[in-house]
Design a protein around this ligand. Structure first.
Ligand code: ZN
Length: 128
């Protein structure tokens, strides 16, 4: 699975975003070491703190299905700008990824840039 294919999965699920408060739809897809993909959207809540980002939805779906290693994640939104994971999501990605995990940041036009997780979360806090 190449970066563009993973981004297409993220773009496809974005329509399911539940974001009535921000009107900022986000779709994400993770690729695990076993070759499976899991996709997610942001799910907001009237109690804002209960909101979860698309990346974490995708990661938690993967982990819930027994996956433990994420090798790539693609993120996209309706923005003209590239969509980066927030700080909390970078930390969650690091829990199941490593400095080399590919982070594919897309925009609404399907353009993207690829980063290593170690670039986006240097000197990460990690137990293992
Ligand atoms: Zn986030």
């Amino acid at each position: 699975m190449d970066d563009r294919e993973l981004l297409a999965i993220a773009e496809n699920i974005k329509k399911n975003s539940y974001s009535p408060y921000s009107n900022f739809r986000v779709g994400a897809a993770v690729l695990t070491q076993s070759g499976k993909t899991f996709a997610g959207v942001n799910v907001e809540n009237a109690s804002f703190g209960a909101t979860i980002c698309a990346e974490r939805t995708a990661v938690f779906k993967a982990v819930s299905e027994g996956e433990r290693k994420i090798v790539a994640v693609a993120i996209t939104s309706d923005s003209d700008e590239y969509t980066f994971p927030c700080g909390i999501c970078r930390q969650v990605l690091r829990e199941f990824g490593d400095d080399g995990t590919r982070v594919i940041c897309g925009n609404k036009s399907g353009e993207f840039k690829v980063f290593k997780l170690g670039e986006l979360l240097p000197n990460a806090f990690f137990k293992f």
